[in-house]
Design a protein around this ligand. Structure first.
Ligand SMILES: [Zn+2]
Length: 107
């Protein structure tokens, strides 16, 4: 099922204005003024499964970027350990935040 919703970020105009009054193409709808909302059956699945899938994708992306970065930049062992540690910490914190947010919004 597909629905078109007028974009909430720009109010349907496709243009957002920053603090200086300059117009920019709305990042939420790419200037179209509406967003396509696709309702598919994956919404019916357990949200936990979705979180695990998203976390797995993020982790794979993170490792790919990490390997590319280490290969290209020849970073020291200490630096790569720090990058790995920060990456995992950020992922863990976002996961916890997401679960907390989810738990709070359901009540
Ligand atoms: Zn918009």
């Amino acid at each position: 099922m597909k629905h078109y919703h007028s974009c909430h970020t720009c109010g349907g105009s496709g243009i957002v204005h920053d603090s200086r009054g300059l117009g920019e193409i709305c990042p939420a709808c790419d200037g179209k003024g509406f967003v396509l909302y696709i309702k598919d059956t994956s919404d019916q699945k357990s949200p936990f499964l979705r979180v695990v899938v998203i976390a797995a994708i993020v982790l794979v992306l993170f490792y790919s970027l990490f390997i590319i970065y280490v290969t290209l930049e020849r970073v020291s062992f200490t630096a790569s350990v720090i990058i790995l540690f920060i990456g995992h910490a950020v992922l863990a914190v976002s996961l916890i935040m997401y679960l907390l947010f989810k738990a709070m919004s359901e009540k």
